[in-house]
Design a protein around this ligand. Structure first.
Ligand SMILES: Cc1cc2nc3c(=O)[nH]c(=O)nc-3n(C[C@H](O)[C@H](O)[C@H](O)COP(=O)(O)OP(=O)(O)OC[C@H]3O[C@@H](n4cnc5c(N)ncnc54)[C@H](O)[C@@H]3O)c2cc1C
Length: 707
């Protein structure tokens, strides 16, 4: 579906395409702040609900998005660089709620809710564009996801506009403030241009933002230095890549220092190479990754990759679970039930709220490690002998849950040794599972002045690539990482969400353990991983600095920066530093004023983990009730203000993600619950005597073939 540059959804110009039905009856006003995937899911659910029975009063929906790509948003914008990939496979991307929702939700007509893969097939049939020619296991480009999101968004907004008395207006602009009440008890949302908007209900889905450097931080001193030093560049966010990283700040022949070695870093690496005209050509002589990089001559001379770990995130294996969802791992030892038992027996009793928080490293890491060991051995043993292995471990697991053995790393060592012993008894003959290496495939402890860290990481990346090719069901190392850290995310949520950990442990979880999650199960797919190796082999990516780097401006009067590896002693100089990472949600440091104003007005407050011994921990998240309603400064709940995604991250885990189809997606369910609440409120406000529309699953209203 072509999106007309002049339409209400154009990226290029602001739109106030109001088709509000003129009516003297008071309008019910709904505002959505943020136009990314969560907005598309939420507006899609309004579009599923509203047509089923005519609204009792005129309804107006305003969507405010500053990216200029409403429906897709900044991260998944259809203007993202053509070299940037998603980190999930095409077969695991939803664009709207589906029949798997529990409890069932009202669904859009089938033609309005294709999965991403169905949408791509539709587009490929129409256009023949190879971008859309994707198999379920392929990892798509982000801008293609953006096109799909925008198209579905456009379709659902049109669907809403077709309902008599309902209008939808898309604004390109930034929401900067919300006043608690307008003349008739509504909110008033202020934008950085145009008329303020009245709102009975406001949904905030503002996603990732950029933070201002924290006072006294390394980022602050680097940015200040760059501001006063011509020729030195500090780039706070690399997005949009084409604007932030053009040849002015990273000219051919320059050295660019990246702070971060995750997915944003890979976006930058590919943009500065392939995006500058370089090519990847097939070459079987280079190793399993099979790609050789051919320079264009416009690349930087060197891209120095640095991060606390000193190693890029590990690749995501070929996903054989798309074709066979039954292959998803269901926990055996690290289970919701096990977490609940530990909590009731050993949770901290001095915590407020009755949640009895645990200590992740002490109580739960041993179970995570045991589960990984089990999946590792079970993968090579096969199902029959895996059952023997499981049976051999039950007694030790139960003893651990009763607290009859040690906690923490001692328990992790003991349970792993037992798993190895039982696996040998069941016939395992390969390498033993080593939990430390499994969590940290290139540990900082291996770095030193006599060790070539670049070569070490290059070797581990190549070995990792070979495992990725075997896939997340067949390769024991990858099966253990994927089966525990991805498939058991609900168990992690049970452990961590809503103050599930004592404050000290929660901080440790956010700063150390979530890094394992990102490195083990959230990395790039096969194709971008192969490209990374090709760039390393071409001498363009330099990983020699190693773990725990220190960075500072050059002290010799030349414009630029120097980065030094704390363990390796290796130093590199460059004129440009790029913060290649996503910022955590921080309402006080956010580059926009919206959240600061909400805090100052007392409309929201930050969530505080005060479980266990002081000090408390404040991860940044807002205080929200179980349905993501705002908790005001005075502790009262405001159901008309709902925050999904980034502002909830830290209070709950895994909030920042695109939705998965046919998987009872929590992200889609949250959007659906919001839409149901809003429509119910609208009926109460507008027509107390008229019955509310049915919320249960109903047959699709339309079943005609897709266009
Ligand atoms: C670089 C990067 C890559 C990622 N890759 C993946 C991936 O491959 N797969 C995956 O599942 N997840 C990925 N994520 C996680 C990502 O957060 C989610 O996939 C998803 O984008 C979250 O959707 P959202 O709608 O909450 O936020 P976003 O997609 O961030 O959209 C929010 C929108 O709100 C706008 N906005 C913010 N503040 C205001 C304001 N005050 N006024 C008006 N508009 C505002 C923003 O400009 C943006 O357009 C990635 C994140 C980043 C940062």
């Amino acid at each position: 579906v072509h999106i007309d540059a002049g339409s209400a959804f154009s990226c290029d110009k602001p739109s106030e395409n109001s088709c509000a039905a003129e009516s003297s009856a008071p309008e019910y006003r709904i505002v959505v702040v943020g136009g990314g995937p969560l907005c598309t899911y939420a507006v899609g659910q309004l579009a599923a609900l509203l047509p089923s029975s005519p609204p009792p009063c005129p309804v107006r929906i305003d969507i405010v998005d500053r990216s200029g790509c409403p429906g897709a948003g900044e991260v998944h914008s259809d203007r993202q660089a053509p070299t940037s990939y998603l980190n999930r496979v095409a077969g695991q991307i939803a664009l709207a709620a589906d029949e798997s929702a529990e409890p069932p939700v009202k669904l859009l007509p089938r033609r309005l809710r294709p999965t991403f893969l169905e949408w791509c097939r539709e587009q490929y049939a129409i256009t023949g564009d190879p971008d859309y020619d994707l198999a379920p296991e392929d990892v798509p480009k982000r801008h293609v996801h953006g096109r799909a999101l925008r198209d579905v968004f456009e379709r659902v907004v049109e669907h809403i506009r077709a309902v008599p008395g309902v209008s939808a207006v898309v604004h390109v602009g930034e929401a900067v403030d919300l006043e608690p009440s307008g003349p008739d008890g509504t909110f008033v949302l202020h934008k950085n241009g145009g008329e303020p908007l009245r709102a009975h209900d406001v949904l905030f889905v503002t996603g990732h933002s950029t933070n201002r450097p924290a006072p006294g931080s390394a980022e602050e001193s680097l940015s200040r230095y760059a501001e006063r030093t011509p020729g030195a560049h500090w780039i706070g966010t690399p997005y949009p890549l084409a604007e932030q990283l053009d040849e002015r700040v990273s000219p051919p022949g320059s050295t660019v220092i990246l702070r971060g070695l995750g997915l944003s870093a890979l976006d930058v690496m590919l943009h500065l190479t392939e995006g500058r005209g370089g090519r990847f050509v097939p070459d079987e002589t280079v190793g399993e990754h099979g790609l050789r990089y051919v320079r264009s001559g416009r690349e930087p001379e060197s891209i120095v990759g640095t991060s606390p770990s000193g190693a890029p995130v590990w690749g995501r294996p070929v996903n054989h679970k798309v074709a066979d969802p039954e292959a998803e791992h269901r926990g055996v030892f690290f289970t919701v039930e096990a977490v609940r038992q530990l909590r009731s027996r050993f949770g901290h009793t001095r915590a407020s709220g009755g949640r009895r928080p645990l200590d992740f490293a002490e109580h739960l890491l041993p179970l995570v490690v045991l589960e990984m060991a089990y999946v590792y051995y079970a993968t090579s043993l096969g199902p029959v002998r895996a059952a023997e292995l499981r049976a051999g471990l039950v007694a030790s697991h139960e003893a651990f849950l009763r607290g009859e053995s040690e906690w923490g790393t001692a328990a992790a060592d003991r349970l792993t040794a037992l798993a190895t012993q039982e696996a040998r008894r069941a016939g395992h003959r390969g390498a033993a599972f080593d939990w430390r290496t499994a969590l940290d495939p290139a540990s900082p402890e291996e770095a030193g002045p006599d060790r070539d860290w670049h070569a070490l990481v290059r070797g581990r990346l190549a070995a990792d690539f070979a495992r990725c090719r075997e896939g997340n069901v067949r390769n024991p190392v990858k099966a253990a990482a994927d089966g525990v850290w991805r498939d058991l995310r609900a168990v992690f949520s049970e452990a961590v969400d809503d103050g599930g950990l004592v404050a000290r442990s929660h901080r440790d979880f956010d700063t150390r353990i979530l890094r394992w999650y990102n490195r083990l199960s959230n990395g790039p797919g096969l194709e971008p991983s192969a490209k990374l190796l090709a760039l390393v082999d071409a001498g363009l990516i330099d990983l020699a600095v190693g773990p725990e780097p220190r960075i500072e401006p050059l002290g010799d009067g030349t414009p630029g920066f120097q980065v030094v590896g704390r363990h390796t002693g290796v130093s590199r100089r460059g004129t440009t530093v790029v913060e290649a990472r996503a910022y955590p949600f921080d309402p006080w440091l956010d580059s926009g004023p919206l959240y600061r104003n909400l805090l100052l007005r007392g409309l929201v407050r930050q969530w505080r983990n005060s479980g266990g011994d002081p000090p408390d921990y404040m991860p940044g998240a807002l205080d929200l009730d179980a349905s993501y309603h705002a908790v005001r400064r005075d502790g009262t709940v405001e159901p008309r203000m709902v925050f999904l995604g980034a502002p909830a991250e830290g209070l709950r885990v895994f909030q920042l993600t695109a939705a998965r189809p046919h998987a009872n997606s929590a992200v889609l369910n949250n959007a659906a619950r919001w839409a149901e609440e809003v429509v119910a409120r609208m009926y109460r406000a507008g027509a107390p005597l008229r019955s509310e529309p049915g919320m249960g699953r109903e047959p699709d209203e339309e079943r005609e073939p897709k266009p």
